[in-house]
Design a binder for this molecule. Structure first.
Ligand code: GTP
Ligand code: MG
Length: 226
């Protein structure tokens, strides 16, 4: 099952975001930006199909399917601009193309921790997939407690005028890690609570991340012993 969070580009929104940049920077070339978004969307769809095919294969030929569900999303333009600024990159189209690899994103939610590495192996075994970046926040969790396997991988996208090898960010995590990350993300970005309360919640969340990890390891062990 693929859930796509539709995030269509809106020309008025893009113009509003870009109006802050007064010089004749290339970022103002909306057609380039829109074409690149479309390319990244196609790359995400390619990975989506690969994952759906794996899901079907596991369903038909195996007793256990590592994939629980798949989510795909396109980065919205305001977070894209915010990221360019945060990374101190020049606000121009090349910065997006050469330095930002998560315009298109896929999240694979798995049942167990081992399943994460199975999905990784199955994807990277495919001839047209190239791994560009890998961060294992399960073996090395972030200070926040965040756990996930992050890959940036490219796939060829065949367009009317030729092939474009295009990167996609793939986050692979268990149901428990995903539940934790959703709440922690809300706390981090959406909270209206006072700072002390947020600090207290963050501390609890660090402990809960370890507890969830322990529970998921124990449940995996039961599953393997069945
Ligand atoms: P960016 O340039 O910010 O993407 O840096 P990076 O590539 O080093 O990013 P990183 O590998 O940390 O992953 C960024 C993405 O992972 C974010 O957009 C979130 O979706 C997720 N993420 C990373 N750290 C956390 C965290 O502490 N909490 C939550 N909830 N999500 C996180
Ligand atoms: Mg990233």
């Amino acid at each position: 099952m693929i859930l796509e969070r539709q995030n269509m580009l809106n020309i008025n929104q893009i113009e509003r975001e870009l109006s802050r940049y007064s010089d004749d920077d290339e970022i103002h070339d909306i057609s380039k930006l829109v074409s690149y978004y479309q390319l990244c969307h196609s790359a995400v769809s390619e990975f989506g199909t690969k994952l759906e095919n794996l899901d079907a294969d596991y369903q038909v030929r195996h007793n256990h399917n590592p994939i629980h569900h798949i989510e795909i999303r396109m980065k919205d333009v305001s977070s894209l601009i915010e990221k360019i600024e945060r990374k101190n990159l020049p606000v121009k189209f090349e910065s997006i193309k050469d330095r930002i690899f998560d315009v298109g994103g896929i999240r694979v939610i798995t049942n167990y921790i081992d399943d994460i590495y199975t999905v990784e192996e199955n994807l990277l075994a495919q001839d047209d997939v190239v791994l560009l970046k890998r961060k294992d926040y399960i073996k090395n969790p972030k200070d926040s407690g965040y756990r996930s396997l992050h890959l940036v991988a490219s796939v060829p996208v065949f367009q009317s005028d030729g092939v474009q090898v295009t990167p996609v960010e793939i986050q692979i995590r268990t149901i428990g890690m995903d539940m934790w990350a959703s709440l922690e993300h809300k706390l981090r970005y959406k909270t209206e609570e006072p700072d002390e309360k947020v600090a207290q919640y963050s501390e609890s969340l660090q402990d809960y991340a370890d507890e969830i990890n322990k529970i998921e390891n124990n449940m995996q062990e039961i599953f393997h012993n069945l």
